[in-house]
Design a protein around this ligand. Structure first.
Ligand code: PA5
Length: 354
């Protein structure tokens, strides 16, 4: 039996590696969703029709809320919703577009560049941040700000950033309002927190998955609703567990990545997690099963996990919580602190010196 198989993942084990309380921040998602609804409402944003749709500009942990909001809305989006993770906005951004600039710190240079670019084309702008230069600029320009609470790592504010993007989408006419759905989702996620958190059983889904993924390089595959979640899992495994991980989506990966698996055993122990959803196209479900069977001989382990819940928002955020907890438990199994992201900070410092 491997060490991971016998390592306990209870509260004491988590606290031993988690001095900055990342576990509490992950388990706080239900409260974050409720607080986010209140914060957006308190910000008193006026509806602004944006026939050109919505661009969410942000990086890393601050961009993921836009991607998740776009997935949650799915075909309820009535106008284009794009996520810009770069210094530039899409070329089609005009005065008819709403640009939501999302930066937890408010000092991310790519997001600041997009804020300026949006101003230059006369786009409608909204900001979501804790402060920094972005909040200063927004105040100077009279741009509405959705205030985020301080004290988190940006990636832990995922509930806040998702709700902000959903509400701005509704306010600019890019999608239906899903405030009631978010409220119900908070209760749903609360039940999952009790089942999957450190005080839950040792054979709970996230603890078992973390043990199964331990000592492997995880490849996370999403499809439809779960594509953005696959990327979230990858990023959380990178940042919390301090491990390489990769994300791709079906059906596209059946046209390239599936071939590469044959060489995997020559390099390292790769594992695969397929993120399934009850509402998938029936052919997409068949692809999960067939792809899994094809890569299985080359993989250290493979898993299929299902979204849980009724609405798209419930199902989406159930898997976000699951991935966050898997990444936390992987950190515990490795004995690493899930909090610090030194490489990201060092890179930002080096760039600031240039
Ligand atoms: O997870 C992280 O810390 C990063 O991905 C940050 O979110 C990213 O560097 C952008 O910073 P900010 O969220 O402050 O805009």
């Amino acid at each position: 039996m491997t060490e991971a198989a016998t390592t306990t993942l209870d509260r004491a084990a988590v606290e031993a590696v988690d001095p900055s309380g990342q576990a509490e921040d992950i388990l706080g998602m239900p409260e974050h969703l409720r607080d986010a609804l209140w914060r957006v409402e308190s910000a008193g944003l006026e509806p602004h029709d944006a026939p050109g749709g919505l661009v969410v500009a942000g990086m890393g942990g601050s961009a993921i809320g836009g991607a998740l909001a776009r997935s949650a809305l799915g075909d309820r989006a009535t106008r284009p919703i794009a996520v810009s993770r770069s210094y530039e906005l899409p070329g089609w951004t005009t005065a008819d577009t709403m640009v939501l600039c999302a930066s937890y710190s408010g000092d991310t240079e790519e997001t600041l560049a997009c804020y300026e670019a949006a101003g230059a084309v006369g786009a409608l702008r909204t900001v979501v941040t804790t402060g920094g230069r972005l909040a200063e600029l927004a105040r100077e320009d009279g741009v509405p700000v959705i205030p985020l609470p301080g004290g988190f790592h940006p990636r832990a504010a995922v509930g806040y950033l998702t709700v902000a993007a959903l509400d701005v989408a509704a306010l600019c006419g890019a999608g239906d309002s899903v405030r009631a759905e978010v409220d119900v989702t908070a209760d749903h996620v609360e039940r999952l927190v009790a089942e999957w958190g450190p005080d839950g059983p040792e054979d709970s889904l996230p603890k078992s998955l973390a043990r199964g993924l331990s000592d492997t390089v995880p490849q996370i595959a999403g499809v439809g609703l779960t594509s953005a979640v696959a990327y979230r899992w990858k990023c959380q495994i990178n940042e919390n567990s301090k491990l390489p991980a990769f994300a791709h989506e079906l059906p596209e990966l059946d046209h390239n990545e599936i071939v590469g698996w044959s060489g995997a055993p020559d390099l390292a122990r790769f594992s695969a997690v397929f993120l399934d959803d009850a509402d998938l196209h029936p052919r997409a479900r068949q692809r999960i099963e067939l792809t899994r069977a094809l890569i299985e001989p080359a993989a250290a382990s493979t898993f299929v996990v299902q979204t849980q819940g009724e609405s798209a928002t419930e199902r989406l955020l159930s898997l976000v919580l699951l991935g966050d907890l898997v990444s936390l438990y992987l950190a515990v199994l490795r004995g690493v602190d899930p909090g610090p992201v030194e490489a990201i900070e060092r890179l930002k410092e080096e760039l600031a010196r240039e």
